[in-house]
Design a protein around this ligand. Structure first.
Ligand SMILES: [Zn+2]
Length: 81
């Protein structure tokens, strides 16, 4: 039963990958507290430290579930068994 663990690892890897691609250090953190590590902000995310909001559109986010459920049209078919 390794499926759950594998999925969890894949999800974590995906999220880390996304953060590396889309995350930007908060410019206000850098300006106000240059000695501190800046918060990493994803598109549209607000910095918890200084309230700066990332101006990028949050809807540009990579979708986390690309599979869209297909329309259920099975009721329209007569299954020949
Ligand atoms: Zn900040």
């Amino acid at each position: 039963m390794g499926d759950v663990g594998d999925d969890f690892r894949a999800m974590k890897a995906h999220r880390r990958d996304y953060r590396e691609k889309a995350g930007l250090p908060c410019p206000e953190c850098r300006r106000l507290q240059p000695k501190r590590d800046a918060s990493i902000l994803l598109p549209g995310q607000r910095c918890r430290v200084d309230g700066y909001r990332d101006p990028r559109n949050a809807s540009d986010r990579q979708t986390t579930s690309p599979e869209v459920a297909p329309p259920n049209s099975a009721d329209d078919f007569d299954i020949p068994f």
